[in-house]
Design a protein around this ligand. Structure first.
Ligand code: ASP
Ligand code: MG
Length: 297
């Protein structure tokens, strides 16, 4: 089988197996939102993609984080295959992990803790892995890719421990040395976006996490508990030097009452890249959007 066809088959199993798993867990699937008056601040991606329509500026979705927080007011468990546009700097074309248009499996659970969604994430990933092995194992083996069955729970390490042990480049180092997926938890407050919840018992530390794939494939999932109280959201926006005006829609929602929740997003193409063992994420899409490059179609 050609590599392009293999990527399509693996992607298809990833989508089907995730939907099946989440339906059994009681989740409902939201249709994606592509244009919105407010989207994820993502401070490490400074450029914004917008369109003007009907006299207003609309942002192309960077993540559905705020829509997820709004949606769990209506249903306790929601997920979405959400197309995201993030205008990554050109240099990120060479990481092998960045596309400027990608899809993430984004989910959120009302009244959940970080530990609840980490447990869910492990079971989801292992289910997808076993379905991919079952459906595509032979085709993957023909390209030299064997997928092991990882034991649970995955190891976890705090941001500070990882930083101390592996230095500035800890994420790459940790992913390269690890034989199983590994959780990176407890990011310092100024390393992440304002919506990740500060630990009430440990000021300055967030109740959030990333999941790193083994073999150097790097980060594949980010999430955590959320700030949901208006006062706290306002303080966190200001702490990051952002404008309250820009996040007025979120503050209005919070005033009306947001629920405590936790969730995460898994980059679909990053997951497929890891499962296929491809060096570059562009190989996972028929029509990849590589930062800085144009496309025929
Ligand atoms: N969607 C992610 C989350 O749930 C954030 C992201 O898109 O990076 O935290
Ligand atoms: Mg992330």
């Amino acid at each position: 089988m050609k590599r392009e066809a293999l990527a399509l088959e693996v992607t298809s199993v990833v989508l089907g197996a995730s939907r099946e798993f989440l339906a059994k867990e009681g989740f409902v699937e939201l249709l994606p939102v592509i244009l919105a008056p407010v989207t994820d601040p993502l401070r490490t991606t400074p450029e914004w993609a917008t369109i003007t329509a009907y006299g207003h500026t609309w942002y192309l979705t960077r993540s559905m984080i705020f829509h997820k927080q709004a949606a769990v007011r209506v249903h306790p468990k929601i997920f979405c295959f959400s197309p995201n546009v993030r205008l990554e700097p050109r240099e990120r074309a060479h990481t092998g992990r960045h596309l400027f248009e990608f899809v993430q499996l984004d989910l959120e659970v009302r009244d959940a803790t970080r530990e609840d969604v980490m447990d869910l994430g492990e079971r989801l990933l292992l289910h997808v892995l076993s379905e991919v092995r079952r459906e595509c194992g032979r085709a993957l083996a023909a390209w030299g890719r064997e997928l092991p069955d990882y034991p649970r729970p995955f190891p976890r390490i705090t941001w500070h421990e990882a930083h101390r042990e592996f230095g500035e480049n800890f994420e790459t180092e940790l992913s390269r040395r690890s034989k199983t997926p590994v959780w990176l938890v407890d990011f310092p407050i100024d390393q992440r976006e304002f919506y990740d919840r500060e630990d009430p018992d440990r000021p300055g530390i967030l109740r959030d996490m990333d999941l790193l794939y083994p073999e150097g494939f790097g980060e594949g999932l980010s999430g955590g508990e959320r700030e949901y109280q208006g006062e706290r959201i306002r303080a966190r926006i200001l702490r990051q030097g952002l404008s309250l005006e820009a996040y007025r829609p979120l503050l209005a929602l919070a005033e009306d009452g947001l629920c405590p929740s936790a969730g995460f997003g898994i980059g679909v193409e990053r997951l497929v890249r890891f499962l296929c063992g491809f060096p570059h994420i562009a190989e996972t899409r028929l029509f990849p959007r590589v930062p800085g490059e144009h496309a025929l179609l």
